[in-house]
Design a protein around this ligand. Structure first.
Ligand code: SAM
Length: 307
């Protein structure tokens, strides 16, 4: 039992919710995706291991209303559904709805049976999507969003647009999860760094070992470039998604990962505006948590001001 409850990536216990444990274990062994023939073709699904690392950070809290931008095949949804407070909702949108069936199958098997999940067809920054989210939020005990998951387009322009578009909906102490901090390092991580540059931030990373699987993968999908993660000799990603390199400001192109800036844990962050957790588990993610007194509209103004 003890081993089952242990997360492979950091050795911390997740034990709070056994359904989350079951889903994470099933994702890691890919049993969770058995009904999805296309996902069985690659050796690694995108979030197979990241789900466990993200769960370790989020599992001790419950969230009022969660908005996921980019439903995809819904690999994140079962985990998120278990984090919802009673009487609140999960909303998920995608420009294409062809993954909704797969997402529902995952939710049915591994999700929280008491959670209400609303699927929205539309762009993440489309007015119609906003109206549908507003409609759902109006039925909720809390009208705000506690957790925003940015997983639609991972270009710098798209993330900026999504953040500005949704900032008014975020509750005072909410969190934003950005996926692809390594896979799309030059767009995602550099942008988050640019945005928080004027704030006081507690940065931490619970597992900085860049040579350890699954922070480092050396047999990705039998491709010509099988390495994923951070190259220790350059401290840059071995591989990045091509589309994320488009239209970047020059300062975003050569930034190295400076792990010395990151504490080892979340401890002792009093007095800061944000906690910023970097998760190196492939494809990487960042959890930005508003723990201070600065409002998200202040944040949105900052986004307008940067290139
Ligand atoms: C990486 S996948 C999301 C994976 C998903 N979150 C999961 O848990 O499996 C990205 C998804 O975002 C969608 N997408 C891309 N740009 C979008 C946009 N501007 N608005 C809405 N969806 C978008 C794509 O259709 C794709 O399904």
């Amino acid at each position: 039992m003890k081993n089952f409850l242990k997360s492979r990536s950091t050795g911390e216990f997740l034990g709070r919710n056994h359904m989350i444990e079951k889903y994470i274990a099933a994702a890691k062994s890919r049993i969770a995706f058995k009904h999805l023939p296309k996902l069985m073709q690659p050796r690694y699904t995108m979030y197979q291991y990241l789900l466990g690392s993200v769960a370790e950070s989020l599992v001790y809290q419950k969230y009022c209303n969660i908005l996921m931008l980019g439903t995809g095949r819904g690999q994140f949804l079962p985990l998120l559904s278990h984090l919802l407070k009673d009487g609140t909702f999960m909303m998920t949108c995608d420009a294409r709805d062809k993954g909704n069936g797969d997402a529902c199958a995952l939710l049915e098997r591994w999700g929280n049976p008491n959670s209400d999940v609303f699927f929205i067809s539309g762009n993440s920054d489309d007015q119609k999507t906003k109206e549908q989210v507003e409609h759902v939020l109006n039925q909720s005990v809390d009208k705000k969003i506690d957790l925003l998951v940015c997983d639609a387009g991972n270009t710098r322009a798209q993330i900026k647009s999504d953040l500005v578009f949704w900032s008014d909906f975020l509750s005072d102490r909410s969190a934003i999860l950005f996926t692809g901090a390594i896979w799309c390092h030059d767009s995602v991580k550099v942008l988050v760094d640019d945005i928080v540059s004027d704030y006081s931030v507690h940065r931490y990373c619970r597992n900085k070992d860049i040579k350890m699987f699954p922070n480092y993968i050396d047999d990705w999908d039998n491709s010509d470039t099988p390495q994923r993660g951070i190259n220790p000799s350059t401290m840059r990603p071995y591989f990045q998604e091509k589309s994320c390199k488009d239209n970047l400001p020059t300062h975003a192109l050569d930034q190295k990962l400076d792990l010395d800036k990151f504490h080892d844990s979340k401890d002792e962050f009093e007095g800061v505006d944000f906690t910023y957790e970097l998760i190196l588990t492939h494809p990487g993610s960042i959890i930005l948590h508003n723990v201070g007194t600065k409002s998200w509209s202040n944040f949105s103004e900052k986004i307008h001001a940067i290139a």
